[in-house]
Design a binder for this molecule. Structure first.
Ligand code: ADP
Length: 250
């Protein structure tokens, strides 16, 4: 589903990514790990179109997407969450998720003004989809709560619900359990499994929480200083000497 081919990303003289290859087949839960500053966020930014790579290409569902604008890539079925919570604080949980549906359908103010009947129908669809996704992430009871009044863990779940309302085939999660306790992390792990099982989604995630990554992911790619130093199943990565050395700073 996703192929990263020989991607370089330079910021002036700084080499953030050097000849990076990564493959994520459909249906996989794939983890991208590495120490701070190893290039994980840069790679996600290249995949989602926030940066055009200095060299190399990104292929999604057989089509080259590197060089396309982030909104075009997002509409092609590749959606992401961000490291920092990025919601509309003064809107309710339901309204926040409705915005995700509107991104998908292109439902907008113009149709609200000029096409009242279509507007009503689309508003109803957005409402139903938002309820479905709130139910999916376990937040239906918070439907009418303003996003700013939700505790941190629930705000992160709300971001996931909004992303799911855009109906992505490939879901990119940037540190989904950062700042969460063990129980909340376990709930997110179950949610990720459910995304794959019930909705056939493919998942690529960056995460520092090793227990979470090792128990959840099918395959891992390990970055260090902008290069891939290992890839494979969690069991083999855990015992890889180069990986252990890079995490211990040797
Ligand atoms: P990680 O997500 O693994 O912590 P990053 O991708 O954020 O790593 O950073 C990789 C390297 O690229 C770091 O040296 C960082 O300082 C540098 N970098 C990231 N973004 C930029 C940018 N916009 N301009 C200049 N340097 C950047």
């Amino acid at each position: 589903m996703l192929e990263v081919n020989k991607v370089d990303m330079f910021f002036g003289g700084l080499v953030a990514l050097k000849s990076v290859n990564m493959t994520v087949p459909k249906g996989e839960i794939h983890g991208l790990i590495g120490p701070n500053g190893s290039g994980k966020t840069t790679l996600i930014n290249v995949i989602t179109g926030f940066y055009a790579p200095t060299a190399g290409e990104v292929i999604f569902n057989g089509k080259k997407i590197s060089g396309l604008a982030p909104n075009v890539i997002s509409l092609s079925g590749l959606g992401r969450t961000f490291q920092n919570v990025n919601l509309f604080p003064e809107m309710t949980a339901l309204e926040n998720v409705m915005t995700g549906y509107c991104v998908r359908t292109g439902y907008n103010l113009a149709s609200a003004i000029f096409e009242t009947r279509r507007f009503k129908r689309e508003e109803q669809e957005a409402y139903e989809e938002a309820e479905k996704q709130l139910e999916f992430v376990g937040l239906i009871g918070e439907r009418d709560t303003l996003a700013k009044n939700l505790p941190y863990g629930k705000r992160r779940l709300l971001e996931i619900a909004r992303l799911l309302a855009t109906d992505p085939q490939l879901v990119l999660l940037d540190e989904p359990v950062a700042g969460m306790n063990e129980q909340e992390s376990e709930e997110v792990a179950q949610l990720v499994h459910k995304m794959r099982q019930e909705d056939n989604r493919t998942i690529l995630l960056i995460e520092h929480h090793m227990k979470f990554v090792m128990s959840l992911c099918d395959q891992l790619t390990v970055l260090s200083s902008g290069s891939v130093i290992a890839e494979g199943r969690p069991e083999s990565i855990q015992n890889n000497e180069e990986v252990i050395a890079c995490y211990l700073g040797k």
